[in-house]
Design a protein around this ligand. Structure first.
Ligand code: UDP
Ligand code: MG
Length: 270
């Protein structure tokens, strides 16, 4: 099987007019640069012709893969499905609407090559270029509150244009809405996270799936959960270990399915 250097995972919800353009724009960057990619398009229960477009792209280009959800499950679920299906050494998430510019892909890869585990795009330098004033203001407030409450320093958590080493994906346990907190979740697992400035284009076709309500207020709940998780992180160092089991005769037996509750030690320590 061909070695994939980069898996590009794209959540897709009613983006029929963007997908061909997205594929073209990605090819225009990765082909001349000789980057071996796969493009994973995850149709999150679209009600327009997105899946037909995905079928056509898969038929035209074997590097394109398609996943189709039974029903709309949200951006986090669609991103998660793409990341789990990815086969590349590096993985990245990108919106379907070309607001994230594929021209930034080489910069992400260069940063990963420096040894970072996760590289997040930040639109701070170009704020306002691809979004309305209301969206820019709400994003600024959201980032300030988020960083204050979760003791973070991520300048643009709403930007889901990000790249990771594959190992990061195995450690990610996402819940609904938590795609916005992936950098924090990875830092909690000990991964090294950095940011690079990215371009921000206006959406050409279709509509944003978020308004102020489902972006700012809903994600406030999620923020409190993250804050709690951070405050309850386990942090211990085993100083010494005594274990003479290797001195015992015979192979070590691992008992599968033993009931933990039956152990007096476990019960007593509850
Ligand atoms: N998306 C999705 N499921 C949803 C909502 C959004 O897969 O329920 C996808 C959408 O098609 C896009 C990405 O998530 O590729 C980001 O959505 P959008 O561009 O609307 O967000 P914005 O850029 O406005 O924050
Ligand atoms: Mg968008």
């Amino acid at each position: 099987m061909r070695t994939v250097e980069l898996s590009i995972c794209v959540p897709v919800y009613n983006e029929q007019d963007n997908l061909k353009l997205l594929h073209r724009a990605i090819c225009d960057v990765v082909d001349p640069a000789g980057i071996a990619v796969e493009l994973i398009l995850v149709d999150d229960g679209s009600t327009d012709g997105s899946w037909k477009e995905i079928e056509a792209l898969v038929a035209a280009d074997p590097r394109v893969r398609g996943l189709k959800f039974l029903a709309n499950c949200g951006e986090t679920a669609a991103s998660d499905a793409g990341l789990r299906a990815a086969r590349g050494r590096y993985v990245m998430t990108m919106d379907a609407d070309l607001q994230n510019d594929p021209a930034d892909i080489p910069a992400f890869l260069a940063k990963l090559a420096e040894g970072w585990d996760c590289v997040c795009g930040t639109r701070v330098a170009v704020r306002g270029e691809g979004d309305s004033l209301v969206r820019v203001a709400s994003s600024r407030i959201a980032n300030w509150v988020r960083n204050r409450l979760s003791n973070e320093n991520i300048s643009d958590a709403g930007c889901t244009y990000r790249a990771f080493r594959r190992e990061c994906v195995d450690k990610l346990k996402l819940y609904r809405g938590l795609h916005r907190f992936i950098p924090t979740l990875l830092k909690m697992e000990g991964f090294r996270v950095t940011e690079i400035p990215v371009r921000n284009n206006p959406r050409l076709h279709g509509q944003s799936k978020y308004g102020v309500w489902n972006r700012l207020f809903k994600s406030f709940h999620d923020l409190l959960a993250i804050r709690w998780m951070k405050s309850r992180l386990l942090g211990y160092h085993v100083q010494l270990e005594l274990d003479r089991s290797r001195d015992l005769p015979g192979p070590v037996q691992v008992q599968v399915g033993a009931s933990v509750a039956q152990s007096p030690h476990t019960a007593a320590s509850r």
